[in-house]
Design a protein around this ligand. Structure first.
Ligand SMILES: N[C@@H](CCC(=O)N[C@@H](CS)C(=O)NCC(=O)O)C(=O)O
Length: 251
């Protein structure tokens, strides 16, 4: 009797059947923007090839003519992957996670996962209540629009908003990262806010918020975060922003 072994033919490698095309992702935004940096760090962490296309919405006339088609809110960042375009850093990070699951931006454990998403949202509030008003009062108004800084607004953020918002982050910061043992989207989102906040010359008070400051240092020392910060050095210098704080955090 002749034994025959059915030889299963290996399926031919079909590029178009890959879940994603190995195109170079386009990230529209500026490196020093809180939400653009978050997406850049996520792409770097996953080793996804990308280029940053400069768009500065606060400069009138700067965004491309079709900007509203790319970004329904007018905000940065926007991501293009071939013929697919998506706005909002949270949606973009979720998309990048599906393109490449490792290393993950999200914790595995249900409670940590929920906490990471909650803190990602909280970082959005931190931007709107703290970083955005400080950026507008100290950079956009005096340096781009010829409008004097409203010191009362700055003081209200520093004296009324920050104690509460940084205070919450201090309470939930632990010995590791915000939601487990590894850096997640929560850490990236919060650290991105704290970076731009300090670029503006404001202090992350290490005596008052020691756990938050230590978590910030742990986060910026992660290779993807470190690389993103290295890549934005030229923009920071050209804008005359403060970056002396980083040397100690990265040491
Ligand atoms: N929820 C949005 C917020 C994006 C956002 O606020 N981006 C800021 C820069 S970090 C922006 O576009 N500011 C320009 C403006 O307000 O006109 C996200 O997560 O992407």
């Amino acid at each position: 009797m002749r034994l025959t072994f059915p030889l299963r033919q290996a399926p031919a490698f079909q590029l178009h059947k890959l879940p994603w095309k190995p195109t170079v992702l386009k990230i529209y935004g500026v490196q020093i923007s809180v939400h653009t940096r978050k997406v850049i760090v996520a792409a770097l962490m996953k080793g996804l090839r990308h280029e940053v296309i400069p768009v500065v919405p606060v400069i009138p006339g700067n965004p491309p003519a079709n900007w509203r088609e790319l970004s329904p809110t007018g905000h940065i960042p926007v991501l293009s992957d071939g013929d697919f375009t998506i706005s909002d850093s949270a949606a973009i990070c979720a998309y990048l996670e599906r393109l490449s699951s490792q290393p993950s931006l999200y914790p595995e454990v249900a409670r940590d996962y929920a906490l990471a998403l909650s803190l990602e949202q909280y970082a959005g509030t931190l931007f709107r209540e703290v970083v955005r008003p400080l950026f507008h009062e100290t950079v956009v108004h005096p340096k781009m629009r010829g409008v004097a800084t409203d010191q009362k607004k700055v003081d209200a953020v520093l004296n009324e908003v920050i104690p509460e918002m940084f205070g919450y982050l201090e309470r939930v910061a632990g010995e590791e990262f915000f939601a487990g043992r590894f850096m997640t989207v929560a850490d990236i989102a919060v650290a991105s806010n704290l970076t731009t906040y300090q670029y503006l010359g404001f202090d992350l008070d290490r005596r008052r918020f020691p756990r938050l400051a230590a978590l910030y240092d742990r986060t910026v020392r992660q290779p993807a975060m470190r690389e993103a910060l290295r890549r934005e050095e030229a923009v920071v210098a050209s804008m005359g922003l403060h970056n002396d704080f980083l040397a100690a955090s990265l040491a």
